[in-house]
Unconditional design. Structure first.
Length: 425
């Protein structure tokens, strides 16, 4: 007779969620890079399900939760997934680790050594192309006490007018990043990252997303941060009057080369995706498709390519927040961690939550003030008018065209631009 015929043990009776719900959660935990012990904690928190490692491994088998050792996909499918990533990397910017992480976000698990093997077969020169060799500004160690203690923001201009040389076409990017956790809070493509009103509205968008201000904002010394400075100081005074502004400054201006939390991040964006995006965009000029003197061409370009770039930024944001930061023994803040994990649980790394909660009413008041003084949000942050967007959508539907991606974007542009429904004004 079994010693435990009723199936009870020291963990007590269990109430499991429905299979599909549990399957979905376990697969997502795997994609989000949680260790098995962290998964046990997530199950306890999310489902009040308290189990041990043995049972967890059984659930992994039951629900075919993929790992690099057991991916639950055919070898040819895995091989093709790597090949597709390599072929999409036009400038050989990305190494095996990055490709492994990108595929993991799609639920595809492949060992890094296998990816490296395929890359050596297809593009061995890529490893030489990625060898670092640039001089760097001397750096000092960063310090911080927890999430939201300091948030850095800045604009990125490697896809603007001077870089692209496509007439007035410009695709600046603006981002906000937490110093302590390395978590990328917000990243968006904007019409102008040097315009104070646009950046002011963007800061309010950022606040609406989180309903929090940091203890301190850190930016460079450009005039475009004037409204960030004003709003951050006003909100600190209203929602955290007890914090001494002489000890914890609401806002700090730094030279760009010293705003390393965000400046150092841009090189990652450029090397991982920026060069490839730029080459895709410039195909319109090199293949004589795009006319920089045509208003129609300009508007249609933005209608097609801005959503593609924003989707690329969203993908990069997820990769960044769930990649593992390299370990640095001398670092005074977390290292060897996944940014999303420590941002969600700062106490696990000895940090605290320094965020100052604010209200939507306060954000609305600041928005109304900015719009009254400088103009509405849509005039600063929209690339095209609602009327043109509707017109382009109509043409796209009439032609029965597929959804745009980086491979067919210029084909769709060519099909649409000559349609009689458009009028170039």
């Amino acid at each position: 007779m079994s010693r435990n015929s009723d199936g009870k043990n020291q963990w007590g009776e269990k109430t499991y969620p429905p299979d599909e719900e549990l399957r979905s959660a376990l697969h997502q935990y795997a994609i989000d890079r949680f260790t098995q012990r962290q998964v046990l904690g997530k199950l306890a928190k999310d489902f009040d399900l308290h189990i041990g490692l043995t049972k967890l491994k059984a659930l992994y088998t039951k629900f075919e939760v993929p790992t690099t050792r057991r991916p639950y996909q055919a070898a040819d499918v895995l091989h093709q997934a790597v090949v597709d990533q390599i072929n999409n990397d036009l400038n050989d910017c990305n190494g095996p680790r990055y490709i492994k992480d990108k595929l993991r976000d799609q639920g595809i698990f492949i060992p890094r050594d296998k990816i490296r093997e395929i890359m050596l077969q297809l593009k061995p020169e890529g490893f030489d192309n990625r060898m670092p060799g640039k001089g760097r500004v001397p750096r000092k160690g960063l310090t911080s006490i927890g999430i939201w203690e300091s948030v850095s923001s800045d604009g990125h201009e490697k896809l603007t007018v001077l870089a692209l040389r496509m007439g007035a076409i410009s695709l600046p990017i603006y981002a906000f990043k937490d110093k302590w956790s390395d978590y990328l809070l917000y990243i968006v493509v904007v019409p102008n990252a040097r315009n104070a009103v646009a950046v002011g509205h963007l800061f309010l968008d950022f606040l609406e997303k989180y309903q929090i201000i940091p203890l301190q904002m850190t930016t460079d010394k450009g005039s475009e941060v004037a409204w960030i400075f004003a709003f951050q100081n006003a909100l600190r005074e209203i929602f955290a009057p007890q914090i001494d502004t002489n000890i914890f400054l609401p806002h700090v201006h730094l030279k760009s080369v010293h705003n390393t939390v965000i400046e150092g991040f841009w090189s990652w964006l450029l090397s991982k995706q920026g060069f490839n995006v730029k080459e895709r965009v410039l195909q319109g000029m090199t293949q004589y498709i795009f006319n920089p003197n045509s208003t129609l061409h300009e508007n249609l370009f933005y209608w097609i390519f801005v959503p593609l770039l924003q989707a690329e930024l969203n993908s990069f944001q997820r990769w960044w927040n769930y990649h593992r930061v390299r370990s640095q023994a001398e670092k005074h803040m977390p290292s060897g961690h996944v940014p999303a994990h420590v941002f969600a649980d700062p106490e696990s790394r000895g940090g605290i939550d320094c965020g100052i909660r604010i209200t939507q009413d306060a954000i609305n008041t600041l928005r109304a003030h900015l719009e009254q003084d400088e103009g509405p949000r849509n005039e600063c942050l929209e690339f095209i008018t609602p009327e043109f967007s509707l017109q382009a959508g109509t043409v796209h539907a009439l032609l029965g065209l597929p959804q745009a991606d980086w491979n067919n974007a210029w084909d769709i542009f060519q099909s649409m631009v000559s349609h009689p429904h458009f009028s170039d004004v």
